[in-house]
Design a protein around this ligand. Structure first.
Ligand code: FES
Ligand SMILES: [Fe+2]
Length: 344
């Protein structure tokens, strides 16, 4: 007999670990090479990525089928990955290709490891984590700005030592902008008191300040698809930042482990012609460092919060976005666990 308390704990665990059946960005494209493997974690599992001889990104478990050494410590041989420990070579499907130390070894030809679907888009590498409900990868949900050539931008990514939920909560919480980032170049404006509105939308929700818009980080919108979640928000630019409108930030957060996540932010602008080049130049020479400073303020604050903060918080009206996000994650985790139970 499973009690409500146990069910709630299972749901909470699943949400904390990260939903399955989702596409997650795991690295910037430039980090994945054909000359050396890249090891990382996703949903607390070790994975390794590299490029084969055609430049296609491969992703398998970071685990040597011989005795479990991390394949990410190994080398790339003709598009396959060779274990550093005793030389076993595995291909991008997780099948053992060669056991150089042992002639006619029975391991050869065996599919020993799980492989993960990969899509490379807009300078990032996305990996699909299958679920019982969706073993095959669905379409990768992408923001329109990443598909529209009128937009141009830069991807920045960082590892934060905090459960991914805190990074998502932070994005559903526009009111922190005028406090935490009060000293920053772009976020020093607007009133420090307001109420927030939550608008439920088809496939997501939007959280916005009632009293101001276009002055600071005044709203954010979450797109919650079955197969992935991302959010976007606008940062108004002061006149000193040059011509053009707002900067749009597209954000993804990937769960790496119980207390680690990787954030991916594309900083985009819809600018064409010479303004496009001048903004890109300005960004690299001046703005990027300032944006990193803002992101560091978020990282330091979130990493300073205890893992148990959610168990003794006192939410108020401004936390409607945070609360709504949690309901969405809980509902998805509950459905996922029910599908797993039914399949057993
Ligand atoms: S553990 Fe990898 S070859 Fe032995
Ligand atoms: Fe922030």
């Amino acid at each position: 007999m499973v009690t409500d308390v146990e069910t709630r704990a299972r749901i909470e665990d699943r949400v904390n670990q990260g939903l399955r059946g989702q596409w997650y960005p795991v690295a910037k494209s430039v980090q994945i090479k054909s000359t050396r493997p890249y090891g990382t974690t996703l949903l607390d599992e070790r994975i390794v990525l590299w490029r084969d001889t055609d430049g296609q990104v491969k992703c398998i478990e970071d685990y040597c089928p011989h005795r479990g050494a991390p394949l990410s410590y190994g080398e790339i041989h003709e598009g396959n990955i060779g274990c550093r420990y005793h030389g076993v070579v595995v291909d991008g499907t997780g099948t053992v290709q060669r056991v150089p130390a042992m002639p006619d070894c029975a391991m050869e030809g065996r599919k020993a490891l799980r492989d993960f679907p990969v899509i490379e888009h807009s300078d990032a590498v996305f990996v699909y984590v299958p679920s019982v409900e969706r073993p095959e990868p669905p379409d990768l949900p992408l923001p329109d700005e990443l598909k529209d050539p009128a937009w141009t931008g830069f991807l920045c990514s960082s590892v934060w030592d905090v459960n991914y939920r805190y990074a998502l909560d932070n994005l559903a919480d526009p009111m922190h902008g005028c406090y935490l980032h009060a000293e920053s170049f772009t976020l020093a404006f607007g009133s420090k008191q307001d109420l927030l509105d939550l608008d439920r939308k088809e496939g997501g929700f939007r959280i916005s300040r009632r009293g101001q818009s276009g002055e600071n980080f005044d709203w954010s919108e979450f797109v919650v698809a079955d197969s992935g979640m991302f959010c976007f928000l606008d940062i108004p630019y002061p006149p000193a930042a040059g011509p053009g409108g707002h900067m749009r930030i597209l954000g993804y957060v990937s769960p790496m482990g119980p207390r680690r996540c990787k954030v991916f932010f594309w900083r985009m602008r819809e600018v064409e012609g010479f303004q496009r080049e001048s903004w890109r130049f300005l960004y690299r020479t001046l703005l990027e460092e300032r944006h990193w400073n803002v992101l560091e303020q978020d990282r330091v604050m979130l990493e300073g919060m205890p893992d148990t903060a959610r168990t003794r918080e006192m939410l108020y009206q401004h936390d409607i976005g945070v609360a709504h996000l949690r309901r969405a994650l809980n509902a998805a985790a509950k459905a996922q666990l029910a599908a797993e139970d039914a399949a057993q």
